[in-house]
Design a binder for this molecule. Structure first.
Ligand SMILES: Cc1cc2nc3c(=O)[nH]c(=O)nc-3n(C[C@H](O)[C@H](O)[C@H](O)COP(=O)(O)OP(=O)(O)OC[C@H]3O[C@@H](n4cnc5c(N)ncnc54)[C@H](O)[C@@H]3O)c2cc1C
Length: 495
C-alpha cells in the first residue's frame, strides 16, 4: 500500500481533458502532479480495439469541424502527428433509405420527407427560443411513418447542424474526417503525453506520475487540501484536484465527496443529460452492400425509431475489411447493452436480410461496446438542451474550493466533442494556475505585511511592500513560498 504523498495537483482521469490539463500545468513548471486513471489505459472515451483485422474506434471516431475559418485544434494535432483520416459525408445517407422489404425510397420522397422534418425541427426550435424552458412544447408535426421516424433519427441524433448552427461547425467548419489509423485516435493523446511524461522509445508511458488502475472512490476536501482514496485503499494527498470524470460518473455514486458537494453543484450536474451512443461492429466474409460514391452511409426505416437505423460501411477507411457499423442511441443502446451479443447479432442480421435479401452471409464476428454500463463512463457524452439556462453550465464548470472540474461537459461551445474535452482541459489548467498564482501573491503580501512591523521593531527602516517581498527569500520561513512561486514560472525578480 502506498503511503500518502502530497502533490501540488492530482488529476483524476486520463482522457483528453485530463491529459491536456496536466500538460498545461507541466509546461508552467508544476510538475509534482499525479494522474489517477481508473482503467488500464489513457484515452477514456477515445478508445480503439482490434476487430476483424483492423483497428476500430469504439468511442470518438470523427474529427468534427474542419475547413472553417479557425483551425480545429484536434485537427491540428492530427495533422502534426500524421494521423490517417478519411473524409466522411453522411448528408447522402438520406438518399439511401431502405424500407423493410429492401426497396430504396425514391430520392424525391426522401428529399420531401427530409425537408418536412427540417422545417418541423426549425419551428420547434423557434418555439423553444421564444419560451426558453418550454421543453414540453410539442413538435409541430410528430414523425409517424418509418421513413419519417428514420429521418427524425438522423436529423436529431446525428446532424442537427442543418437546423441549428452548431458552434463546432460555425467556428471550425462543416467537414468531418473519420480517423482510420491503425495507431488509433488515442495516438494523439500519447503524443501529447510524451511532451511531459517520461515515455519509452516505443511509445509506452513509463512515468510514475501516471497511475493506471486507480479508481478514485472518495474525495475529501477542506480549506487545507485534498485527500483521495482509491478502490485499492491507497491515499493520495494534494493541494488541488482536477476532476475530469464524465458527467455520467459525476451523476453516479462512484466517487463520494466528503463533505458532499454543495446543492447548487449537484443540481446542475443532475440537470445535464447524458447521451448514449453505441457503434456496433459486424465483420463479414465478403461485402454485399453497395460501395460506390455516396454510398458510405445507409438508413433502415423501421416503425420503431432508432431500431438499427444508421449504417456505415468501412470500405473507405479500410478497403477489404468487410466491416459494417450500425449506430444505436439512448434507449436502443441501453436495451442492446443489457442483452447478449448473440441476441444483438440475430437482430442486426434480420435487419440486414430485410434490406439485402435472405442470401447474405452471416457475420463472423460482432463487437458491442457498453458505454452506459461502463462505471467509468456511464454514457457517451453530455447532451445539453439547445436552449438551456447558462447558470446550469456555469455551475457545472465552477470549482468547489480546491476541486476544479474539467471534461467535455465543461466546454460551453464544444461539449460532446473531442476538441471540447481538449480545450476544456486547457481552460481548467489555466484557471488553476491563476488560482495558484493568486495564492502565492496573497501569501507574499501577507508575509510582507507581517514582516513590516517586525522589521520596524528591530530598528530597520520602514519597508515598502516591494522591498519586503524582495527581502523574503533571504530568510528561512518564506523559502517555501519562493519554491512554490518559482514552480509557477513567476519571474524571480518579483519574489
Ligand atoms: C461512442 C462515442 C462516440 C463519440 N464520437 C465522437 C466523435 O466522433 N467525435 C468527437 O469529437 N467526439 C466524439 N465522442 C465524444 C468524445 O469521445 C468525448 O467528448 C471526449 O473523449 C471526452 O474526453 P474527456 O477527457 O472529457 O472524458 P473521458 O475521455 O471520459 O476521460 C475521463 C477519464 O476519467 C476516468 N475515470 C472515471 N472515473 C474515474 C475514477 N473514479 N477514478 C479515476 N479515473 C476515473 C475514465 O476512465 C476516463 O479515462 C464520442 C464518444 C463516444 C463514447
Amino acid at each position: 500500500m502506498e503511503s500518502p504523498v502530497r502533490s501540488s495537483v492530482i488529476i483524476v482521469g486520463a482522457g483528453i481533458s485530463g491529459i491536456s490539463a496536466a500538460k498545461v500545468l507541466a509546461e508552467k513548471g508544476v510538475d509534482d502532479i499525479v494522474i489517477l486513471e481508473a482503467s488500464d489505459r489513457i484515452g477514456g472515451r477515445i478508445r480503439k480495439d482490434e476487430f476483424g483485422g483492423v483497428s476500430v474506434e469504439l468511442g470518438a471516431g470523427w474529427i468534427a469541424g474542419v475547413g472553417g475559418k479557425e483551425p480545429n485544434p484536434v485537427w491540428e494535432l492530427a495533422r502534426n502527428s500524421g494521423l490517417r483520416t478519411c473524409f466522411s459525408d453522411y448528408s447522402n445517407a438520406r438518399y439511401n433509405i431502405y424500407d423493410p422489404s429492401g426497396k430504396i425510397f425514391p430520392s424525391g420522397l426522401a428529399a420531401d420527407s427530409y425537408k418536412k422534418a427540417v422545417d418541423s425541427a426549425i419551428r420547434k426550435l423557434s418555439n423553444q427560443e421564444a419560451n426558453h424552458d418550454s421543453e414540453l412544447s410539442e413538435a409541430p408535426s410528430t414523425p409517424k411513418t418509418p421513413i419519417e421516424l428514420a429521418i427524425d433519427f438522423i436529423l436529431h441524433d446525428f446532424e442537427m447542424a442543418e437546423v441549428e448552427p452548431i458552434s463546432t461547425y460555425v467556428d471550425f467548419g462543416e467537414r468531418e474526417f473519420l480517423v482510420a489509423d491503425e495507431r488509433g485516435y488515442d495516438y494523439l493523446l500519447y503524443k501529447m503525453a510524451e511532451t511531459f511524461l517520461f515515455t519509452s522509445s516505443d511509445g509506452k508511458i513509463m512515468d510514475n506520475r501516471l497511475k493506471l488502475n486507480k479508481v478514485v472512490r472518495e474525495l475529501q476536501h477542506s480549506r487545507d487540501g485534498i485527500s483521495l482514496t482509491t478502490e485499492d485503499g491507497c491515499v493520495y494527498e494534494a493541494n488541488y484536484v482536477i476532476l475530469s470524470v464524465s458527467i455520467g460518473v459525476l451523476q453516479s455514486d462512484l466517487i463520494s465527496f466528503r463533505p458532499p458537494l454543495p446543492r447548487w453543484k449537484m443540481d446542475a450536474i443532475e440537470k445535464c443529460d447524458v447521451m448514449v451512443y453505441t457503434k456496433i461492429f459486424l465483420k463479414f466474409p465478403y461485402k454485399f452492400w453497395p460501395c460506390g460514391p455516396e454510398k458510405e452511409f445507409f438508413i433502415y426505416a423501421h416503425e420503431r425509431r432508432g431500431y438499427y437505423t444508421f449504417w456505415q460501411h468501412m470500405e473507405n477507411a479500410y478497403p477489404g475489411s468487410n466491416i459494417l457499423v450500425v449506430t444505436l442511441t439512448n434507449g436502443e443502446s441501453k436495451r442492446v447493452e443489457a442483452q447478449s451479443d448473440h441476441e444483438t447479432l440475430k437482430e442486426a442480421m434480420e435487419v440486414l436480410r430485410n434490406m439485402f435479401g435472405p442470401d447474405i452471409p452471416d457475420a463472423t464476428d460482432i463487437l458491442v461496446p457498453r458505454w452506459w454500463n461502463n462505471r467509468f463512463q456511464r454514457g457517451s457524452y453530455s447532451n445539453y438542451p439547445i436552449y438551456f439556462n447558462h447558470q446550469i453550465f456555469d455551475n457545472i464548470k465552477a470549482p468547489v474550493g480546491r476541486i476544479f472540474f474539467t471534461g467535455e461537459h465543461t466546454s460551453e461551445r464544444f461539449n460532446g466533442y473531442v476538441h471540447g474535452g481538449y480545450l476544456a482541459g486547457i481552460d481548467t489548467g489555466k484557471a488553476l494556475l491563476e488560482e495558484m498564482m493568486e495564492v502565492v501573491t496573497r501569501k507574499n503580501e501577507s508575509q510582507a505585511f507581517l514582516l513590516e512591523p517586525l522589521l520596524a521593531l528591530t530598528g530597520s527602516l520602514t519597508l515598502t511592500q516591494t522591498d519586503a517581498v524582495s527581502g523574503l527569500h533571504k530568510c528561512e520561513i518564506p523559502r517555501q513560498l519562493f519554491l512554490s512561486s518559482n514552480k509557477l514560472g513567476l519571474p524571480e525578480a518579483i519574489l
